[in-house]
Design a protein around this ligand. Structure first.
Ligand code: AMP
Length: 109
């Protein structure tokens, strides 16, 4: 499978790591949309939110447990936004489930 985020998770493509554990990997976005912008992805290939099922949703729950830990570790104290673009029309460009975490400024809606 030719998936850029699978290659980042495996280390084949370099990335700036923010966090990692057995189930997920977090790295800084190459094209940040805020002063702090990192992505959290499951190690397992899941194409998007639309491919989340009862069989793989534990990885998603885990990601939502670690996001608060990562933002605290980075020193974010004044709020952050978590986004997942699901599908081409919603702006998804990489079809490996990922959660954008944006912080470090006032974020307009
Ligand atoms: P999306 O458009 O929601 O699918 O988000 C994909 C994100 O991946 C974009 O914000 C890109 O800037 C980011 N991205 C693509 N390639 C890389 C890479 N090699 N390292 C870090 N971020 C990347």
């Amino acid at each position: 499978m030719d998936c850029i985020f699978c290659k980042i998770v495996s280390g084949e493509i370099p990335s700036k790591k923010a966090y990692e554990d057995e189930f997920c990997y977090a790295f800084y976005d190459v094209n940040p949309k805020a002063p702090i912008h990192f992505l959290v992805v499951p190690r397992e290939h899941i194409a998007s939110c639309d491919a989340v099922t009862a069989q793989n949703s534990a990885a998603v729950a885990h990601i939502f447990e670690v996001i608060p830990q990562i933002v605290r570790q980075i020193g974010v104290t004044d709020g952050y936004r978590v986004i997942s673009n699901c599908g081409r029309a919603a702006g998804q460009t990489v079809f490996h489930l990922h959660f954008h975490v944006l912080a470090g400024t006032e974020l307009p809606w």
